[in-house]
Write a protein that binds this ligand. Structure first.
Ligand SMILES: CC(C)(COP(=O)(O)OP(=O)(O)OC[C@H]1O[C@@H](n2cnc3c(N)ncnc32)[C@H](O)[C@@H]1OP(=O)(O)O)[C@@H](O)C(=O)NCCC(=O)NCCS
Length: 157
C-alpha cells in the first residue's frame, strides 16, 4: 500500500462502520495473557466501548491516503483523571491497517491528538495499554509517554 501521502484530519462526518471494522479486526492486541478471551467476546467489548464513547462527544482522527482509510484514533476529553479530578485528553483507541503498520501512521495520529488537546489547553493526555501489546507500547514510549499507574491482576485459578 502506498502510504507516502498520509493525511491525518478530524473526521466529519465519522465513518463509524470503519471504526467498528478496523477495531474489531485489531482488538485482540489489547487482550492480556491474564484474561484470555474468545474473539467474539473481545469484539463485543470493543463494540460496547464504541457505543459508550459515541454516547458522549468523541473526536475521531482519521488517517487517509488517496481517499482511503488507513487508521484512526478515538479521542475523548470528557473523562477527568479519576485520582486528581484534573481535566485530561484520553486516547480511547487507536488502530492502523495491518498492511500499513510500522510506517509512521500511528505516530502521526498521536501527534495530531496531542496538538488538538494542547490547543484546548488540556494539561495532559493519557491512555491505557495492555502490557503484552508491544507495538502500541512502542509507539507511546517513542512519543514520550511514561507509566503513571499500574493495573494489577491476579487470575484466581
Ligand atoms: C499500535 C499501532 C496503532 C501502531 O501504529 P503504527 O502506524 O504501526 O506505528 P508507527 O509506525 O507510527 O510507529 C512509531 C514508533 O512506535 C514504535 N513501534 C511501532 N510498532 C512497533 C512494534 N511492533 N514493536 C516495537 N516498537 C514499535 C517504534 O518506535 C516506531 O518507530 P520506528 O518505526 O521509527 O522504529 C498499530 O500497531 C496497531 O494498529 N495495532 C493494533 C491495534 C492496537 O493495538 N491499538 C492500540 C490500542 S492501545
Amino acid at each position: 500500500m502506498d502510504i507516502t501521502n498520509v493525511v491525518v484530519s478530524i473526521a466529519t462526518p465519522v465513518d463509524t462502520a470503519y471504526l467498528l471494522d478496523l477495531g474489531r479486526r485489531t482488538t485482540m492486541t489489547s487482550i492480556s495473557e491474564q484474561r484470555p478471551v474468545e474473539l467474539h467476546l473481545a469484539q463485543l467489548a470493543y463494540t460496547r466501548m464504541l457505543d459508550y464513547v459515541f454516547s458522549q462527544k468523541p473526536v475521531v482522527f482519521m488517517a487517509t491516503t488517496a481517499g482511503k482509510n488507513v487508521g484512526f484514533l478515538l479521542y475523548v476529553d470528557f473523562l477527568p483523571d479519576d485520582v486528581t479530578g484534573q481535566e485530561q485528553a484520553f486516547v480511547a483507541y487507536m488502530a492502523v491497517e495491518p498492511i500499513a503498520q510500522r510506517q509512521g501512521i500511528g505516530r502521526k495520529l498521536l501527534a495530531a491528538a496531542e496538538e488538538y488537546a494542547r490547543s484546548k489547553g488540556l494539561p495532559a493526555i493519557a491512555l491505557m495499554v495492555t502490557e503484552q501489546n508491544l507495538a502500541a507500547r512502542g509507539v507511546y514510549e517513542a512519543a514520550g509517554y511514561t507509566t503513571e499507574r499500574r493495573l494489577l491482576c491476579k487470575p484466581l485459578g
